[in-house]
Ligand binder design. Structure first.
Ligand SMILES: C[C@H](N)C(=O)N[C@@H](Cc1c[nH]cn1)C(=O)O
Ligand code: ZN
Ligand code: ZN
Length: 477
């Protein structure tokens, strides 16, 4: 059952107003990973709460307690929960999304201000932090609520919402809330299935549906030695240098071909057989797609299936940065006193943050001993989440497939995502219900990167997709 014509027409005629709303949301720099931006994350929670209320959703802001970030104790941003519709004859769909974003500043290389939505004059791209991850998709749900309210149409299903403000920083505090509210008589009682729109198509032309996510284990290695930064002329070759030790350690984690060098990590993963390989071969993807998305000819292999497996069914280790190191312009001759290297490992079943964490800590400590340095090393496991794989033959997926066909006129690619949404598995396990990931944006959107964008057509057709999905759920026997 496709969405009614009035709803689809409302979406088309109100496209500019929906873009204006996205501009409002992007203008709130709700960066969960920066201490000084925490008030903006909370402001974003209130903005979202007010929008939901406007469209008839009963909401509540749930405090999630406190946490410590970079040595500072902070109040966690609240979860925004909501409900609309209580008809026992209708299915109940739980929608999850996040209202926090990754850090961004113009000096990182953005062409425009990251927190001012820029509508590209010729190609219609909506450029700004959070446009695709995840404010655009979250607003897609608001657009559908508004369309029903203004067309005076009842929603085809009962809806529940769970929006969080810490997804980009490990979803702290949310797991406990979900487990509590998924229990009998909890807030999520009656949920039949879950839908998350927080990832991207595989390429730039074929819509997709996602049935798997990688997990994550995030680490920080801190090496310290001298009591203060030193003059390299006065002390070079007289003392053990923290940066030298840290670079030595970080160079032992992964090689230039992407192989993880931490013993035991790869051994946990099953070997791919021919049948599974054929799945990756069948996806609408090419080496050109990955190279277009990253803007350079740097794919690790010329074999499409190998490259896709690297993202979907293999773990990967990425080095993210070094805190405390000299990085500014000029040629400062300093020996930094304390440096912290940050890296993470994307996990696949049956790996967990704990099993991989133990292997990493043991290996890094052993390698540090081998350096014979008198500096000290601290290894921290910052946050993590388990990988998730769903049954994609479930009626929830059938509804999402039919909705995609109705809106885009073609079958979606079914694939596993390389990114992580730590609470997906928590929803699946604690509710015992199927979860579908229904992406709005494209493979070249640049989530987490500079010039993040959402194409206008993906925002508008994606809004129709979310609405149509609800009607397809309602049409399930
Ligand atoms: C796929 C989703 N939109 C996303 O970007 N998830 C993040 C989650 C995360 C965990 N630590 C920091 N961010 C990701 O995959 O990096
Ligand atoms: Zn993200
Ligand atoms: Zn996201």
């Amino acid at each position: 059952m496709p969405a009614p014509k009035q709803i689809l027409e409302f979406v088309d005629t109100n496209a500019d107003a929906f873009i204006k709303r996205l501009a409002e949301a992007v203008a709130i720099p709700s960066i969960s990973g920066e201490i000084e931006r925490r008030p903006d994350v909370v402001k974003m929670a209130h903005w979202l709460d007010a929008q939901l209320k406007k469209y008839g959703v009963e909401t509540k802001l749930v405090p999630l307690g406190k946490h410590v970030m970079d040595g500072t104790e902070l109040e966690l941003p609240p979860a925004v929960l909501g409900k609309i519709g209580k008809d026992p004859k209708k299915k109940t769909v739980l929608i999850y999304g996040h209202y926090d974003v990754q850090p961004a500043s113009k000096s990182d290389g953005w062409n425009t201000e990251p927190f001012e939505l820029h509508v590209h004059p010729t190609n219609g791209q909506l450029i700004g932090r959070g446009s695709t991850d995840d404010k655009g998709p979250v607003l897609g749900w608001l657009n559908i609520l508004q369309a029903h309210q203004e067309a005076q149409l009842e929603l085809p299903v009962n809806l529940q919402f769970c929006f969080e403000g810490m997804e980009e920083s490990g979803s702290e505090g949310l797991e406990d809330l979900i487990v509590k509210e998924a229990a009998p008589a909890g807030y999520f009682e009656g949920v039949d299935c879950v839908c998350i729109s927080d990832n991207y198509w595989l390429n730039m032309r074929t819509p997709g549906l996602t049935y798997g996510l990688r997990g994550l284990a995030y680490f920080k290695l801190t090496v310290k030695g001298p009591a203060r930064d030193l003059h390299s002329g006065s002390f070079g070759r007289m003392v053990h240098e923290p940066m030298t030790d840290l670079i030595a350690l970080m160079s032992k984690l992964v090689d230039s071909q992407g192989n993880i060098l931490v013993p035991g990590v790869q051994d946990l993963v099953s070997v791919c057989d021919d049948k599974e390989r054929a799945l990756y071969d069948s996806l609408d993807y090419s080496i050109q797609d990955v190279e277009d998305a990253v803007g350079a000819s740097i794919a690790l292999s010329s074999d499409k299936a190998t490259v896709l497996m690297g993202r979907m069914r293999e773990p990967s280790l990425s080095l993210h940065g070094i805190e405390g190191a000299f990085y500014g312009p000029g040629a400062k001759t300093v020996i930094p006193a304390k440096v912290s290297g940050k890296f993470s490992i994307r996990l696949v079943p049956p790996q967990t943050p704990d099993t991989v964490g133990d292997l990493v800590v043991k290996y890094v400590e052993e390698e540090f001993k081998k350096l014979g340095s008198k500096n000290t090393l601290e290894v921290e496991n910052l946050h993590g989440g388990k990988p998730w794989v769903a049954d994609h033959e479930h009626w929830n997926y059938e509804a999402a497939i039919r909705a995609t066909e109705a809106v885009y006129g073609k079958k979606p690619d079914l694939f596993r995502e390389g990114g992580s949404i730590p609470v997906t598995l928590v929803f699946a396990e604690s509710l015992g219900k199927n979860v579908v990931l229904l992406p709005m944006g494209r493979g070249d959107d640049g989530a987490h990167s500079t010039n993040e964008k959402l194409d206008r057509s993906n925002y508008i057709e994606g809004t129709k997709l979310l609405g149509t999905y609800l009607y397809e759920i309602a049409a399930q026997a």
